[in-house]
Design a binder for this molecule. Structure first.
Ligand code: NAD
Length: 435
């Protein structure tokens, strides 16, 4: 089976590299020359633990190839996975321009071929998109009939930071097939997996993805609201979360309070689902609340800094962690932008630190960023932890006392155990810790 993966970003390259590892012949396609030439040289275009090793394995075994020649490779493929981005429009609705462009390219590529092909949408798209946009454009553009072009929606659930492991060992696989051809191809591709495989129609598969992300985002906002109450009433939300998590219906996962969710998926997916519902006359009060709580969380750490330092003007504050979460270099919708923006508005000298994401963050925010922790902390009045990198967990109190002008740590991710800094001279506050 020859498989092409269109779009070699976070989802595409992980899909390509893990399928190549499973023994399939994969070509990763992208319009960006630089990305493709990196992959061909065994360099991962993104930072993701374990990914570069898989890319090199794939190149060495001959199972993985990369190219910018989309039409040629699509025409030779039995299956193509669509993994291009689906960002937000200004009004929060899904921007389908990349999906539409790729659908046209697929249609053109298979126009003169008699070979059967299966097109699998892995990008996150709002319900009905696979049938009413992707399938429609491909059939129109190619002039071919439904019987030779299989169409399916197979949502991706990987998490950045553990993407390789998630792709190799998913909790579940959802197959929204329109026909037997695509079902047979996908069952062959996923036959090595032992997790549950659920079959449904494409629109249900699309909705499962949005519902899952929206539920997780809502859980975070709900927990953050509870943590803010715990702050007010002077108790540690972590203990409350521990008690809640013992209920198997609630589960321990996603009960961490903090500065809110960011990343390339939760914010845009919640907005897209909300907009799609509104367009069809449906209310979405839970989604509205999920987003509005999330917008307020970054303000809390800035308020904490003001309470401790007084006027923030001309203070030097370090934001520790710029990536939207640990173990990724992805800064899309990172809460660090919101925190930095608020600090800049108060004329703070803001320094950003991150082990992997300084370049992208500096370019977008305009602040000075470094991957040198010592340099970042030197003479700082305060450090705000925004990403829970392991590197921060091992910071010793003496290190902060020796370097910082005022050893103040404001923890936006509950990185440290309560009591870690007790009696060390470091002033420590955290969201949901109480006083
Ligand atoms: P990304 O921006 O990292 O990658 C998209 C890639 O598609 C880019 O490399 C871009 O150059 C390429 N591209 C754009 N137009 C193209 C075209 N016409 N032909 C070929 N390549 C083209 O995006 P991503 O984070 O990998 O997300 C892709 C999709 O998967 C989105 O719908 C997203 O919501 C979904 N998703 C993402 C994650 C995640 O953690 N990043 C997880 C699950 C689902």
């Amino acid at each position: 089976m020859r498989i092409s993966v269109i779009g070699s970003g976070y989802v595409g390259i992980v899909t390509g590299a893990t399928l190549a590892e499973a023994g399939f012949k994969i070509t990763c396609l992208d319009i960006l020359e630089e990305k493709i030439s990196d992959i061909k040289r065994g360099i991962s275009p993104i930072y993701e633990p374990g990914l570069e090793r898989l890319i090199r394995n794939g190149l060495d075994s001959g199972n993985l190839n990369a190219s910018t020649e989309l039409e040629k490779h699509i025409a030779n493929s039995d299956v193509v996975f669509v993994c291009v981005g689906t960002p937000s429009n200004e009004d929060g609705s899904i921007d389908l321009q990349y999906i539409e462009n790729v659908s046209k390219t697929i249609g053109k590529s298979i126009k003169d071929s008699e070979k059967d092909i299966v097109v699998v949408v892995k990008s996150t798209v709002v319900p009905l998109t696979t049938e009413e946009t992707v399938q429609k454009i491909i059939l129109e553009e190619s002039g071919r009939g439904r019987e030779t072009v299989g169409i399916a929606m197979n949502p991706e659930f990987l998490r950045e930071g553990s993407a390789v492991d998630d792709a190799l060992n998913p909790d579940r696989i959802v197959l929204g097939c329109t026909d037997e051809k695509s079902k047979a191809a996908l069952m062959k591709i996923y036959e090595g997996h032992t997790c549950p495989i659920m079959h449904c129609d494409p629109r249900t598969a699309e909705m499962i993805k949005y519902s899952s992300n929206s539920f997780l985002a809502a859980k975070i906002s709900f927990v953050n609201e509870l943590a803010n109450m715990c702050d007010k009433w002077n108790m540690d939300f972590e203990m409350v979360a521990e008690g809640m998590g013992m209920d198997s219906r609630i589960s321990k996962q996603f009960l961490r309070a903090g500065v809110g969710f960011g990343g390339s998926c939760f914010p845009k997916d919640v907005k897209a689902l909300r907009r799609a519902a509104k367009n069809d006359g449906l209310g979405s009060e839970m989604l509205d609340a999920t987003l509005s709580v999330n917008e307020k969380q970054p303000e809390i750490v800035v308020n904490m800094a003001r309470e401790i330092l007084g006027e923030l003007k001309n203070k030097r504050i370090v934001v520790l962690g710029l990536a939207f979460k640990a173990d990724t270099d992805d800064v899309r919708e990172s809460r660090a932008f919101n925190i930095v923006e608020k600090l800049k508005n108060e004329n703070v000298e803001v320094i950003g630190h991150d082990p992997q994401a300084t370049e992208a963050f500096a370019e977008e925010s305009g602040i000075t960023c470094t991957d040198d922790l010592e340099e970042a902390l030197r003479d700082a009045d305060c450090a705000i932890i925004q990403t829970e990198w392991n590197e921060y967990k091992s910071i010793k109190p003496e290190f902060l006392c020796n370097l910082m002008k005022k050893p103040v740590v404001i923890d936006g991710r509950r990185t440290f155990d309560n009591g870690y800094f007790a009696g060390t001279g470091v002033e420590y506050v955290a969201i949901g810790l109480g006083n």
